[in-house]
Design a protein around this ligand. Structure first.
Ligand SMILES: [Zn+2]
Length: 284
């Protein structure tokens, strides 16, 4: 079975409205699995759907404790908001947060160039100021630049004015270097509330979370990162890695690209940027 080959996987019904852009960030163990939700939402058993792990559970059934910072499922339908891309295309997106820096980002760019893969980088304004040449290189090599705020505040905890200022100031800095005002925003910590999401949608931004968290900032090894990705990748996956300044322990994350890219490509997966995945512009 190759999940990335449409000919080689069973037909999958859309289990509920809005599914293509949704995937839970957290898994919970089998005992929490509510009775009957799968037969209620769609007529086939979850073990017949290779995309769903056995303990897949829609976000709306999780309580706040279990889902952590997870936000309501309904927001994906109401706003320009996504955790993953369409499941009917064999596409996967690599995303790197908190950059640029002068150690890891150039190494990541070298690896991506080696494999001819384009990725999306969510940059912090304070690092864009420090390393403008790295941002220019990123853009020149065909990668997409997104906005990750100026200095990484928790958007839920700051005022609306501060939130708007963080986005607009960083967007303008990126525009000066790349020629476009980025459409894609990733909130620091994945933290966002409905009022701020509504503003971003009205302002023609798109807020993107992730479906696979590599936890690379903890110093995770390349092997552990690639095992996590192979266990969880599905068409439409958005993978979260970091390209943060040098004190972060990201060597494993950089090395993991050597494992992730060829192996997923051999299964037929294409690596795309977020504007490609969502068939939209990188520019606001
Ligand atoms: Zn971040």
């Amino acid at each position: 079975m190759n999940y990335f080959n449409p000919q080689d996987r069973p037909r999958m019904p859309v289990p509920f409205k809005g599914y293509p852009y949704y995937y839970p960030q957290y898994r919970i163990p089998a005992p929490y699995y509510p009775q009957g939700w799968n037969t209620f939402h769609h007529p086939i058993q979850t073990n017949q759907i290779p995309f769903f792990p056995r303990n897949f559970i829609p976000t709306q059934y999780l309580n706040e404790d279990v889902r952590g910072s997870w936000t309501p499922f309904s927001w994906v339908e109401k706003y320009a908001y996504a955790f993953s891309g369409p499941y009917n295309k064999a596409e996967v997106a690599l995303t790197f947060d908190d950059g640029p820096d002068f150690v890891h980002t150039p190494l990541i760019l070298d690896k991506l160039k080696k494999y001819g893969v384009k990725a999306t980088f969510f940059l912090l304004g304070e690092n864009v100021e420090k390393y403008p040449d790295v941002v220019k290189r990123m853009a020149a090599e065909g990668h997409v630049v997104g906005n990750h705020s100026y200095d990484h505040p928790n958007f839920v905890k700051v005022s609306n004015e501060e939130y708007h200022d963080q986005i607009l100031k960083t967007g303008e800095m990126i525009q000066k270097l790349t020629g476009y005002f980025p459409k894609f925003i990733r909130p620091p910590y994945g933290s966002i509330n409905e009022e701020k999401l509504k503003w971003a949608t009205e302002q023609r931004f798109m807020i993107i979370q992730w479906s696979i968290d590599t936890l690379d900032w903890k110093g995770t090894s390349a092997e552990a990162i690639s095992v996590n990705i192979f266990a969880n990748a599905f068409p439409g996956s958005i993978i979260l890695q970091h390209s943060a300044p040098s004190e972060a322990k990201l060597q494993g994350s950089v090395e993991a690209l050597e494992l992730i890219i060829p192996q997923l490509q051999s299964k037929g997966a294409r690596f795309v940027t977020l504007p490609e995945m969502f068939s939209t512009s990188k520019e606001r």
